[in-house]
Design a protein around this ligand. Structure first.
Ligand code: ATR
Length: 273
């Protein structure tokens, strides 16, 4: 069996080993996938040791995605712009390569699993941290009518607008604070970590009407704080980030193995755990 793993801190609750072992049995790929907790001060040593022992590929999660990006000798185009990497491997020239499959994971879940049409959509993205930076490129590639990035610290949203201006094409890309948007959006994506603290961004309820699709990049066993707020204010279609998690894993699996697993049965199985 060829060896893969996810590295993070903490890591014990990661669903990645389960997702990848379900992919492996579904596709017949002979892989073993484990979870590794790297010490906070030695991500690099952990990565080196894993590959020296013959490891083939790593997923990287909180809080090491930016370090993974810095460590790599080469970056895919999508990882370059994301500023963070969740997928590492050695390419055919023996260079440690950083990819980022998070943005594709989000877009696949919205478009393929939930049937959301992003082309021509008016999209509100909440947050401007690493998680949001990783998804803006793949969202813009779907050519929405507009992407409004709202953040508590408006300057960080404005910096993302500058960074992605060259990928916007005909999409209207703009930045603002949470209080400013006051009309309904087609799609609202929560990429803040506010709900980890049980907090809600102070948004106007006018951003929601009954056609708005609401997507929280977080997932939890129960409805997330943000999705509950949206439901309470008239949203009828709310999704959490479990599908994104499985889709980013599937894209990493494809990058490493050249085989694309089916995600629907895996999402269903995790949902019923
Ligand atoms: P991540 O990797 O999860 O994106 P991050 O880079 O630290 O983590 O970004 C966290 C995001 O959640 C930021 O957009 C942050 O807002 P600021 O840029 O103003 O700090 C946002 N965030 C965190 N806690 C929040 C809260 N309680 N209310 C609103 N936004 C919050």
């Amino acid at each position: 069996n060829e060896l893969y793993a996810v590295v993070g801190h903490p890591i014990s609750h990661s669903k990645s080993p389960r997702i990848h072992s379900l992919f492996a049995s579904q596709t017949g790929e002979a892989i073993e996938y484990t979870a590794i907790q790297a010490p906070m001060d030695d991500f690099e040593g952990t990565v080196r040791q894993f590959f020296e022992r013959g490891g083939k590929g790593l997923n990287v999660t909180v809080p090491f995605k930016e370090q993974a990006w810095e460590l790599a000798g080469k970056r895919t185009q999508r990882a370059e712009k994301a500023g963070a990497s969740n997928t590492l491997y050695y390419d055919e020239d023996g260079v440690l390569t950083a990819d980022n499959t998070d943005g594709q994971g989000l877009v696949r879940d919205l478009v393929d699993n939930h049937g959301v049409d992003l082309g021509s959509a008016r999209i509100l993205v909440l947050g401007a941290g690493g998680a949001v930076r990783g998804v803006i490129g793949p969202i813009l590639a779907r050519q929405p009518a507009s992407v409004t990035i709202a953040n508590r610290t408006v300057s960080k949203a404005a910096a993302l607008v500058s960074l992605f201006a060259d990928e916007a094409g005909a999409t209207e890309l703009s930045a603002c604070g949470f209080e400013q948007p006051d009309v309904p959006f087609d799609v609202i994506i929560n990429g803040t970590s506010a709900s980890l603290q049980g907090d809600l961004p102070p948004l106007s309820t006018n951003v929601i009407d009954d056609h708005t699709v609401v997507y929280d990049m977080m997932y939890s066993l129960t409805t997330t704080t943000f999705n509950q707020w949206a439901l309470d204010h008239g949203a009828t279609r709310v999704f959490d980030g479990l599908g994104m998690l499985v889709e980013q894993a599937a894209e990493s699996f494809r990058v490493w193995r050249g085989v694309t697993p089916e995600t629907a049965p895996v999402i269903n199985e995790l949902r019923n755990d």
